[in-house]
Design a binder for this molecule. Structure first.
Ligand code: NAP
Length: 283
């Protein structure tokens, strides 16, 4: 019987721990503030931003919401980011992606001060991760490490295969698993013999962005499977990149969708906001 890794419960545990830390900071008169910027009214982005605000409220982090119109210019957005960089009462800055096509996302990310880069997307944060220095970690992969550790799944010495090499999931995931002493392979759309490579995995992380793409033909019996994907199936129900029903009896542990990786991303964003206090001292 496979362990169904309960991301909802683990993320709730993390939020409770963070709530206590925030209360301790508040007793020292330290208030943590996250600025959340959304440009346009993409419905999915509005849901994500709303969930982030709710999580802040729950934990005791102050959130400042900037809801800018779709036609906001790049310059206007960059000026707002620079203003927030300067504000000593703002600890974290989050610009909800994707941005409208007329705004250069990379430029916006690079403009956020690395001290306030709670999404962990700034080149300095990514560079720090790659050479083992302190910095903010990308939230989804950091959440996956927590899911594994808090489920008692050993990473040290394990064959870890990641399918997907995006900047926000696949690449930082590889670096984090390497940091935990996994033996890491990263696959992508040009990988040859994907099934054979994936079957080497003791821990398989799937971030391919294709609905129910991975079935048991890609998975070694008894492997741990982490499904990052987020889609709607033919019945409009949420599902992942992995065909859960096909693989569940074949694996030793698996994250469900929903209720697996998804809730961890916000929990780790909250964690980064709390860590910003310590990191500010370290920078
Ligand atoms: P992405 O930027 O679209 O990257 C997909 C990756 O999969 C690319 O590296 C691509 O290779 C690779 N790929 C595509 N088709 C492939 C194939 N047939 N064989 C092997 N590799 C293939 O996706 P992402 O942003 O990493 O997101 C992945 C999924 O996770 C999406 O469903 C997204 O919605 C979800 N997601 C969820 C969360 C969460 O909090 N739960 C967070 C982020 C993302 P190339 O590089 O060669 O094109």
């Amino acid at each position: 019987m496979a362990l169904i890794i309960d991301g909802k419960k683990i993320s709730q545990d993390i939020k409770e721990e963070l709530k206590e830390k925030v209360a301790a900071y508040q007793s020292e008169e330290i208030q943590i503030t996250l600025a959340v910027i959304q440009v346009g009214e993409d419905p999915a982005s509005s849901v994500y931003v709303g969930n982030k605000k709710k999580a802040c409220e729950y934990i005791g982090i102050r959130s400042l919401a900037y809801e800018l119109p779709e036609k906001t210019t790049e310059e206007e957005l960059l000026n707002l980011v620079k203003e927030l960089n300067e504000r000593t009462d703002v600890n974290g800055i989050l610009v909800q992606l994707p941005l409208p096509a007329h705004i250069d996302e990379d430029l916006v990310i690079q403009t956020i001060s690395p001290e306030k880069d709670v999404d962990g997307f700034h080149p300095q944060s990514v560079g720090a991760l790659s050479i083992g220095q302190k910095g903010f970690l990308s939230c989804t992969p950091a959440g996956i490490i927590q899911l594994l550790k808090r489920s008692g799944i050993e990473i040290d010495g394990k064959e870890c295969v990641i399918i997907g090499r995006s900047n926000i999931v696949g690449k930082p995931m590889a670096l984090l698993l390497l940091r935990e002493n996994g033996t890491v392979t990263v696959c992508h759309s040009r990988t040859k013999n994907l099934k054979e490579v994936a079957k080497r995995a003791d821990i398989l992380v799937v971030a391919i962005g294709k609905r129910k793409f991975i079935n048991k033909e890609y998975i070694k019996e008894g492997a741990v499977v982490i499904d990052v994907g987020m889609h709607r199936d033919e019945n409009n129900k949420l599902c992942g990149d992995v065909d859960f029903l096909d693989v569940v009896d074949h694996v030793s542990a698996i994250t469900p969708v929903p209720g697996g990786v998804g809730p961890m991303t916000i929990a780790m964003l909250m964690n980064n906001c709390v860590e910003s206090i310590q990191l500010r001292k370290d920078f």
